[in-house]
Ligand binder design. Structure first.
Ligand SMILES: *Cc1c(COP(=O)(O)O)cnc(C)c1O
Length: 399
């Protein structure tokens, strides 16, 4: 199989990335649970949620579960007062189990089976997304219960994932859908979009917001029921190997554009990556090693089919480091454990000489990593270890 995927290179190794305290925590976690591990720090989830809340003061944040659908993340954000963005019945089940009030959720998959709609409705989630007539028609049966958002498409070739290739309609199609919904007596609540994951340029949001404002105005001019909600999606960027704009600065032009909307319009967002990327650190250990073509190959117990699946499915360049920094620095390759040759994490990377059992640490590993991991070749996925976790729901139950 020759599937192209990103391979981390020399820029990814940073020897100064771990404090003594962090190294200690990593070592004791591996002593206790073994490797590979993912350390999930709930304090970072809180900090990121609060930072984005401050940067977008008039926007209700619905955490998109997709990048890290972990119960501890849901519990942590629920305690922070967050809302949630669901896309599948599995995600509905996860938030329901954690006691998330259904009023705090929206369901944003543009294409659904009837069963998916019924599962979400049974839970109490009433807001859904459509981007075409075929999908709108599915809601005739539920028109007394639902409020819909129409998703618009804004292409973005620079993003890690251009989420407007597969979903979304044009402003003209949106107007036609809204008119059709009126004849079917289906309530259209507003518009939504996703400018693409890890969008570095806030202007993408500004352009999309301005187009949505135009559509909202045309809705009024055509005597269609006025729209009350704008959902500006996810896509907010984090710093992997290159520094991105601080989030307050990034959101300034977005807030400026939002302030031009009619006052009656409520704004919501669906951040995923921004909330969780920095919160998780991966720890893999060296299973064995070999010298090939002048480089040392280290075979780790986690790889492309596991926590580093983001190298295949996402575009993230995770910063790497090692606990052992004493050895001679040599050109090295980091490979995963499976028997497949594409299972390579990093090449042409200078690393201190590692021994079997030494630990390799990946930073910024919270988004689109374990979520897309597999058990290929029977290598079990990394276990997650929770740090700074306070399960308020359970404490309440006990109290
Ligand atoms: C994936 C996704 C998100 C989250 O996007 P990020 O880029 O991780 O912030 C939000 N909304 C929808 C509809 C998505 O598909």
């Amino acid at each position: 199989m020759a599937i192209a995927h990103s391979v981390l290179d020399f820029q990814s190794y940073s020897s100064s990335a771990l404090s003594a305290q962090e190294s200690q925590l990593i070592q004791t976690s591996v002593d206790q649970f073994g490797a590979p591990l993912l350390l999930l720090d709930c304090d970072v989830i809180r900090q990121q949620y609060q930072a984005l809340s401050r940067a977008l003061p008039n926007v209700t944040l619905h955490f998109a579960l997709k990048p890290l659908p972990h119960p501890a993340v849901v519990q942590t954000l629920l305690a922070e007062g967050a809302s949630f963005d669901l896309a599948t019945s599995g995600e509905v089940e996860l938030v329901a189990e954690q006691g998330v009030p259904a009023e705090r959720t929206i369901h944003t998959h543009p294409i659904k089976r009837d069963r998916d709609i019924r599962d979400a409705l049974a839970y109490g989630c009433k807001v859904f997304v459509v981007d075409n007539i075929n999908e709108l028609e599915k809601f005739i049966a539920y028109r007394d219960e639902v409020e819909l958002l129409v998703r618009l498409s804004f292409r973005n070739s620079e993003a890690f994932a251009d989420l407007s290739k597969k979903f979304g309609c044009s402003p003209q199609q949106a107007l036609e859908l809204i008119a059709q919904a009126k004849t079917w007596n289906i309530h259209i609540k507003g518009l939504s979009f996703h400018v693409g994951s890890q969008t570095m340029n806030p202007q993408k949001y500004v352009d999309a917001i301005e187009t949505c404002r135009d559509v909202m105005q045309q809705v009024v001019e055509r005597n269609l029921p006025a729209l009350s909600t704008l959902d500006i999606g996810g896509g907010f960027p984090v710093s992997y190997n290159s520094q991105v704009m601080p989030i307050e600065l990034f959101c300034q032009p977005i807030n400026q554009a939002l302030s031009q909307l009619p006052e009656t319009v409520q704004v919501i967002a669906e951040p995923g990556r921004f909330i969780v990327a920095e919160a998780m650190t991966s720890v893999a250990s060296v299973m064995g090693q070999a010298e090939r073509d002048g480089q040392i190959w280290y075979y780790l117990d986690d790889g492309i089919y596991g926590s580093f699946s983001g190298l295949m499915f996402d575009d993230a360049k995770y910063p790497l480091t090692t606990l052992n920094k004493e050895g001679e620095w040599l050109p090295s390759v980091l490979a995963g454990p499976t028997c497949d040759s594409i299972d390579v994490i990093a090449e042409n990377i200078m690393l201190p000489k590692l021994n079997n059992g030494d630990l390799v640490v990946g930073r910024m590993m919270g988004a689109y990593t374990s979520a897309t991991a597999t058990d290929f070749n029977f290598f079990k996925r990394a276990q997650t270890v929770l740090i700074n976790h306070q399960n308020i729901a359970q404490e309440r139950l006990i109290g």
